[in-house]
Write a protein that binds this ligand. Structure first.
Ligand SMILES: Cc1ncc(COP(=O)(O)O)c(C=O)c1O
Length: 446
């Protein structure tokens, strides 16, 4: 018998509508709101709204709740820490929790070389730290980054971002020194080539057209990339891509700076998505799911790269003890509950089901992903591949109304990112709804 989702009032119900009205009066209008979902509580993979509707969470709180809502081990660790102390800036003094967490992060990040960790509070801060660290270490001030990338919204990270004009409009000048190059988005190849006949032209392009023509490689500190583009549309580079990018980086002595803010912490079925390509980056940026919803980021780098001097970079709350104990619990849970295996099992099932839906649907253009980081790109029709923006928004909204929480990314991609401990019955239930809604929206648009 199917237990979830349970929709008791058509969302948004009266309480949600009242909350949204208050929010609109008081809260910054700069936020992106996908639909009026107002949260009452979360448990495991189920989210309850203020009107009592219970949803299957295929969104994981913007990809932050990899171990689900309020995992009891996380909650217990936070409660215990509350009884001891809440804060004492690690930038100026010492405490155990931060050292314990750094030890674990050094173990689970790729590369068996010596590493050090800088703690911040958010993804954008992890990227700022990476960029500043790379500049300090190399004494170079240029970066290569990718079109479609999202690295955050502070002025340094924003300079590396190239996802949507609205994120940049009226905010120039940003940090100078970023050259954006095409990302390997094979479904919509920027060079209109086909993989593998293209011979990885998008890597050679960086060498032949950028570094050889106008960006002197000796001025470049590093290449900043997402191993799977998140906000840009859940774009997965082809096999072999990052190995070639590494060769290019080695040729010119550039640092590889891997932004795992969204793809890391087990989301792709490996601790860090870059491991799928067997490449060891010099710097790894981690945030979002690290502390199960508490603010925390980590920038993990080769020890020899993190050689900046005392006073050069710090932040008051970075590595606060509550977030650190939550993150320690998250790492233990992913290991103890063998969640990477579940990611593989449930991810494979979801991919298989989406491919079946694609057989029945002209508007499901592309299905791609690794583990439980899955994108379903909606198009107006499969041959022309014109982005189906309205269709994707309609599918997302109807799924929410029927009890499955998802949001979109890129131009028209549904992002499917349930908690890593999602159960098979919830996956089956959610996929039935997603299938019904896709077919329904397609039929109505004809
Ligand atoms: C890959 C990536 N990097 C950086 C960020 C910025 O993180 P935050 O919003 O915590 O600053 C995000 C946020 O979505 C992200 O997906």
């Amino acid at each position: 018998m199917r237990d979830y989702p349970k929709i008791v009032v058509r969302p948004p119900g009266p309480k949600a509508r009242a909350l949204v009205r208050k929010d609109e009066e008081l809260i910054s209008p700069s936020y992106v709101r996908f639909y009026p979902l107002a949260i009452e509580k979360g448990e495991g993979c189920i989210l309850t709204d203020v009107d009592g509707n219970e949803y299957i969470d295929f969104n994981s709180g913007l990809v932050c709740l990899n171990v689900g809502h309020n995992h009891p081990t996380v909650v217990k660790a936070i409660k215990n820490q509350c009884d001891r102390y809440l804060h004492y800036s690690n930038t100026d003094f010492y405490y155990q929790e931060v050292v314990d967490l750094a030890g674990k992060l050094v173990e689970i990040t790729p590369g068996s070389f010596d590493k050090k960790v800088f703690f911040g509070n958010s993804g954008t801060e992890a990227v700022e730290a990476a960029a500043k660290m790379a500049k300090w270490h190399t004494r170079k001030n240029q970066f290569v980054a990718f079109i479609g990338a999202f690295h955050g919204r502070t002025l340094g990270a924003l300079a590396l971002t190239a996802s949507k004009p609205v994120q940049k409009r009226h905010f120039f000048p940003e940090m100078p020194g970023v050259t954006h190059v095409p990302y390997p988005y094979c479904y919509r190849c920027p060079f209109k080539l086909e993989f593998p006949e293209c011979g990885y032209w998008c890597v050679d392009y960086i060498d032949d057209m950028v570094l050889s023509k106008y960006l002197p490689p000796e001025n470049v500190a590093g290449i900043v990339f997402e191993p799977i583009q998140g906000e840009g549309g859940y774009v997965v580079p082809p096999s072999g891509y990052f190995q070639r990018l590494k060769k290019l980086a080695d040729k010119y002595g550039l640092l590889l700076i891997d932004d795992e803010v969204q793809a890391g912490m087990g989301r792709s079925g490996k601790w860090f998505a870059i491991e799928h390509w067997k490449v060891e980056p010099d710097i790894v940026c981690i945030a979002k799911a690290l502390a199960s919803g508490l603010p925390l980021s980590a920038t993990v780098a080769r020890a020899r790269v993190m050689d900046w001097e005392g006073g050069s970079h710090a932040t008051t709350f970075g590595g606060n003890p509550l977030s650190c104990v939550a993150a320690l619990a998250v790492i233990d849970i992913i290991k103890d509950e063998r969640l990477l295996e579940n990611v593989f099992r449930q991810g494979s099932y979801i991919m298989k089901r989406l491919v079946e839906i694609q057989d029945r649907s002209e508007i499901l253009g592309d299905v791609r992903g690794k583990g439980l980081m899955i994108g379903a790109e909606i198009v107006q029709d499969r041959k022309l591949k014109k982005p189906g923006r309205e269709e994707a928004a309609e599918i997302m909204t109807r799924c929410w109304r029927r009890g499955v929480l998802m949001i979109t990314c890129g131009m028209s991609t549904l992002r499917i990112v349930p908690p890593l401990n999602i159960t098979a019955d919830l996956v089956v239930s959610a996929l039935e709804i997603i299938e019904d809604v896709i077919i329904e929206v397609e039929r109505e648009r004809k």
